[in-house]
Design a protein around this ligand. Structure first.
Ligand code: 13P
Ligand code: SF4
Length: 307
């Protein structure tokens, strides 16, 4: 695998030190960002790292809801989103007003919200989850009926582990994962019969039925690393291929013919990080009246032990 050279690497390290900043990046960001970040992870890992870091400034390379989560957890820190235009279309599929209306129709039914949601939606929810802990969080909830927002694919997947519970779905989905075509995956499996299929739970159930590994981004990376298999078909955003190839030089990773790209994650550039560190903008700050109830939902999630 060819080395990724980032000319701005030293400049960024110097600026980050001067600003007392930590650079957090999601796996779906471009490889150049992985090379300059202090920590690269999945949504859960990034939230935990934001809460743990002693730095005064957090530069988030990811999408808007991730920087909001950092602001919810660390109100005393300056949280910057490297590119202010990076949003998550799935998060936008649950509007606070629509959720309030649905809640009124379902008195007493707790709301479990995927972290891929706005702070305002989290504030209306009882508890949050990420793709890494959705099953554990769902299992931890005593009521039999639960409304899960916004990702219906993650909800169907998590519900399969608790058949005694009724999970009410929200019609949200991730365009990058939802569009996968079953015939294309079956063809890929035929071409690489020895390959294990690793899929993110944001894929549709018919795709997950074909998978050997179903996990969050960091779970996919860890499972492929530990596995005895030498070949893998990767069904999540193509950003994970950088750490997978770097950490496993003897293994081969295949992706669908039409690569899975999250255009919003790809908006973050190395130049954006330099600019954010120089100008200390754009700031993401969740107002206290939203942050306090949103924090309660995030903290309830963090208190649930991982499966
Ligand atoms: P992870 O929590 O698995 O990193 O997923 C976040 C995400 O946005 C997937 O599309
Ligand atoms: Fe949102 Fe999908 Fe992009 Fe993840 S991959 S940030 S869910 S649009």
């Amino acid at each position: 695998m060819s080395e990724v050279i980032v000319p701005e690497k030293e400049q960024i390290a110097r600026l980050a030190k001067d600003r007392d900043a930590v650079i957090l990046a999601h796996y779906y960001c471009i490889p150049e960002i992985h090379e300059v970040a202090h920590f690269v992870g999945d949504s859960l890992g990034l939230s935990q790292e934001a809460a743990r870091s002693p730095a005064k400034v957090i530069v988030f390379c990811g999408v808007h809801f991730m920087a909001e989560t950092a602001s919810i957890l660390c109100p005393e820190k300056t949280v910057l989103l490297a590119n202010a235009e990076a949003g998550c279309p799935m998060a936008d599929m649950v509007e606070p007003e629509a959720l309030e209306k649905r809640k009124a129709e379902l008195p007493g039914v707790p709301v479990l919200t995927y972290v891929n949601s706005s702070a305002r939606v989290k504030a209306l929810s009882d508890i949050c989850c990420t793709s890494a802990n959705a099953v554990a969080v769902l299992k931890s909830l005593p009521p039999e009926r639960i409304l899960m927002t916004p990702d219906r694919n993650l909800a169907v997947y998590a519900q399969s582990f608790v058949p005694q519970k009724e999970v009410l779905l929200w019609p949200g989905f991730c365009p990058t994962h939802h569009r996968l075509n079953l015939d294309e995956i079956l063809e890929l499996k035929k071409q690489h019969p020895k390959a294990l299929v690793a899929a993110h739970p944001e894929c549709q159930p018919k795709i997950l039925e074909q998978a050997d590994i179903i996990s969050s981004t960091s779970g996919i990376i860890a499972s492929c690393g530990k596995s005895e298999a030498r070949e893998f078909i990767i069904l999540t955003e193509c950003g994970v291929l950088h750490p997978l190839k770097k950490q496993n030089p003897g293994k081969t990773f295949y992706e669908p013919r039409t690569p899975m790209v999250c255009p919003n994650m790809k908006k973050n550039t190395v130049q954006d990080i330099v600019k954010a560190l120089e100008t200390l903008t754009p700031v993401i700050k969740v107002p206290e009246e939203i942050r306090i109830p949103a924090l309660a939902a995030v903290e309830r999630m963090m208190a649930v032990p991982r499966d």
